[in-house]
Design a protein around this ligand. Structure first.
Ligand code: ATP
Length: 447
């Protein structure tokens, strides 16, 4: 983890938030490569949801919502975590995330000082709208999840599109939680992004739909993000774990260096949310079947993935330190750090190198860079030995390196080197786009 965090900083993936002021706990900034990786993951998700399903549409709702939304959703009353404080070292812990014996004995896991009794702590950030900050009716919340923006627009989407049940609404956006403990890099942060899809179904079909979405979502992580299958598993919520709105729920868990933890939640939310919003708003939210005229409140199957948490797992899953040759005395010779990003999400698709900066090779390579820029994120690099340029690209997970050499001037071919296998092929400069797209489609991550 420490190596990954330092690579992320060194190569411009992720920086600590407000770093020059000593940082702000639980906030991180995405640098030039991090923002590309995050955007690519978001696009892969959007494509797998909205692009691939005729019955899933997108939405982008406001972060600030009417305060009654959060009363109806149960967040004002229920969205809290139990916390305990250490009277000696002043550290704060989530009571459900530390050893139960520490709570029973009131003993701090950090310094063995005395712990307070657990208290409920609401995770929503409260702020004020308008000029009078202390007026009670001016209070608004930063949304703690994107889902409610979808529920309050359910009727709008039904009335303005030709969708009929079953159909889904997908949304990506920021969410905010005043987390008691923010740790493990970008795993749990105060400000994060979610990619949520609410699938509205006829009551009675919900459990079968939940099963179908479980399969689809697990496949998405293998196929679209290239995550190794052995690092993913399901965890079904026990009765004591179920959220107040859930009939049944599964987490897709990832095997982080700090253990198996949640990556995405899949929930059968019943008609809880539509029913609550109908009651609190006084507006009818029933769906009427266009064929049978039957009226009902749909049930909702929710797939709730963290975008920033997906960035973390793609970084961790991709990271490898490889020994390429051994010295005669048994010590490590040539070695590299390589990120095995799926080409769908790699921040840079190809590095383009002139073999040398002379004899017009640099001009050809620069022109090629310009041409490929229309289609892919590419980077021109002419400094240092070719081997070092390869290593720089391997470390940021660039799937292809293209080298312009003397033969290019004779027959218009270049070498294309594959990041994972380090094999090289010679192909015509004019066919590069076609070949790269084909290799991307065929890409299989080797365990
Ligand atoms: P936990 O119990 O770990 O606090 P949760 O069960 O409340 O998480 P959900 O409300 O189901 O999480 O949120 C859906 C997804 O949003 C999570 O699977 C995770 O990927 C992401 N997520 C939730 N909270 C955070 C956070 N503080 N930082 C980053 N991502 C988060």
């Amino acid at each position: 983890m420490d190596k990954l965090i330092s690579l992320c900083k060194r190569r411009g993936f992720i920086y600590q938030g407000s770093e020059i002021y000593g940082g702000l706990n639980g906030t991180w900034d995405y640098g030039p490569l991090g923002v590309e990786l995050k955007r690519n993951i978001q696009q892969a998700w959007w494509k797998s949801m909205v692009g691939s399903h005729a019955n899933i549409v997108g939405l982008d709702a406001a972060i600030l919502m009417h305060p009654t939304v959060w009363k109806a959703s149960g967040h004002v009353d229920n969205f809290s975590d139990p916390m305990v404080d250490c009277k000696a070292c002043k550290q704060r812990f989530r009571a459900d995330k530390i050893d139960p014996s520490a709570i029973a004995n009131k003993k701090c896991p950090n310094c063995e000082g005395e712990l307070t009794d657990p208290r409920q702590f609401n995770l929503m950030f409260k702020t004020h709208m308008g000029p009078v900050a202390d007026a009670d009716d001016s209070a608004v919340y930063l949304r703690p999840e994107t889902a409610q923006g979808i529920f309050v627009n359910f009727k709008n989407v039904v009335d303005t599109t030709r969708q009929s049940v079953p159909f889904g609404i997908a949304q990506v956006g920021k969410a905010f939680r005043n987390e008691i403990t923010t740790k493990n890099f970008i795993f749990r942060t105060a400000e994060f992004e979610q990619m949520e899809m609410q699938y509205f179904v006829k009551p009675g079909t919900d459990l079968a739909e939940l099963e179908a979405w479980k399969t689809k979502r697990l496949n998405y992580y293998h196929q679209n993000l290239g995550i190794l299958p052995e690092n993913l598993r399901f965890h079904q919520h026990g009765k004591d774990e179920l959220a107040h709105y859930a009939v049944d729920a599964y987490d897709i868990e990832y095997h982080y260096p700090f253990g198996w933890e949640e990556l995405e939640g899949l929930h059968d939310r019943s008609d809880f949310d539509l029913r609550q919003h109908q009651e609190f708003s006084g507006k009818k939210l029933h769906y009427q079947d266009p064929i049978t005229n039957e009226k009902y409140l749909p049930y909702v199957i929710e797939t709730s993935a963290g975008l920033t948490r997906s960035v973390l797992i793609t970084l961790m899953d991709a990271y490898e330190e490889q020994t390429l040759t051994m010295n005669e005395d048994g010590t490590i010779g040539d070695h590299r750090v390589v990120m095995h990003f799926h080409p769908n999400i790699a921040p840079i698709m190809a590095g383009i190198f002139p073999l040398m900066k002379k004899e017009g090779l640099d001009t050809i390579a620069q022109e090629l860079t310009q041409e490929l820029r229309d289609v892919f994120n590419v980077e021109y690099d002419a400094s240092g030995a070719i081997g070092r340029r390869y290593r720089r690209m391997d470390e940021i997970g660039t799937p292809y390196c293209i080298t312009v050499d003397h033969q290019t001037k004779e027959d218009n071919t270049v070498t294309l080197r594959f990041r994972d296998s380090m094999e090289q092929v010679r192909i015509s400069k004019n066919d590069l786009v076609h070949h790269i797209l084909k290799f991307n489609r065929e890409y299989q991550r080797k365990p």
